[in-house]
Design a binder for this molecule. Structure first.
Ligand code: G
Ligand code: G
Ligand code: MN
Ligand code: NA
Length: 254
């Protein structure tokens, strides 16, 4: 209850901030876009990670309002940056399962795009497997409606849930984000390359794009290039950065 009230106040006072983690294309290593990750800039506690408040926001219904703020701010920030750079970046936004089933989601997404002047194909929405296995009919419908806007849909943390491969075919998904627990061990294991190649081939056979998360070293990035992974994200490339530092990162690289 205390945290719920604190979160409510944080929304009203504008204490939430977004950090952006770069995502590069392979093998070009060209910057393709960023993932927006929310933090709470608490005056007493400092930066509070999402793991400390997202589930409470979901339980109390605050996630709808927080989610709308994240969507709008992410589109505004990244379209603004793209305009300044003369170089279009994509932005990925995490959606909680509850948001996917909200009847207002499609209108909210369209509004966020309009407000930022962003073309829908540059917005990607990340859903975890858990978001669409509870009510398959409702989530399929919601996903189809989002697809008609022209946004991309990604399965986040793929491989950690129970959904499995059949879900990639059943739902209108464009992108698979392989969970980081899959990625690093493969560099050191004898069958790692074969495993990564199989995952990448399977994803491509389904007509989907594959993104590796949690890339922490050069050996892993090399392995992902060799196994035709499409994009990569992780500390070896860049940590999640405040907008001002993202600007510096982009300007240094280009
Ligand atoms: O940045 P960090 O590793 O602390 O993020 C942990 C998790 O928090 C992410 O994996 C993601 O699932 C979740 N998360 C981050 N930002 C958002 C957001 O804006 N909305 C939702 N629903 N989840 C988020
Ligand atoms: O669940 P989701 O993929 O949305 O969350 C991404 C989270 O993973 C972010 O909170 C981010 O801080 C974290 N992350 C990003 N890159 C790396 C990495 O290379 N290693 C580890 N351990 N965590 C990472
Ligand atoms: Mn994510
Ligand atoms: Na993930």
């Amino acid at each position: 209850m205390a945290l719920e009230i604190a979160l409510r106040g944080a929304l009203d006072r504008g204490e939430f901030v977004l950090h952006y983690q770069p995502r590069i294309g392979l093998p070009s290593e060209k910057l393709m876009g960023v993932e927006a990750l929310v933090r709470w800039n608490n005056p007493e506690r400092g930066l509070v990670p999402p793991s400390d408040f997202i589930s409470i926001a979901e339980e109390t219904g605050l996630i709808d309002e927080l989610g709308i703020w994240v969507l709008r701010q992410a589109c505004l920030d990244i379209q603004g940056l793209s305009n300044r750079l003369g170089y279009q970046l994509s932005v990925s936004v995490n959606l909680s399962p509850k948001q996917l089933l909200s009847p207002n989601l499609v209108a909210q997404v369209q509004h966020a795009l309009d407000q930022a002047g962003m073309q829908s194909k540059y917005l990607e929405l990340e859903l975890t497997e858990g978001a669409f296995i509870h009510d398959m009919q409702a989530s399929t419908l919601a996903m189809q409606q989002l697809k008609t806007l022209g946004v991309r849909l990604a399965v986040d943390d793929f491989g950690t849930g129970h959904a499995g491969i059949s879900y990639l075919q059943r739902f209108p998904i464009d992108v698979v984000k392989l969970d980081r627990t899959f990625i690093t061990p493969n560099t050191s294991e004898p069958h790692g390359r074969g495993f990564m190649k199989a995952l990448s081939d399977m994803t491509h056979a389904l007509g989907l794009h594959v993104v590796a998360e949690g890339v922490e070293d050069k050996a892993t990035l090399d392995l992902l290039c060799q196994t035709q992974c499409d994009e990569a994200q992780g500390y070896f490339i860049a940590r999640p950065l405040p907008l001002s530092m993202l600007v510096t990162y982009v300007e240094k690289k280009w």
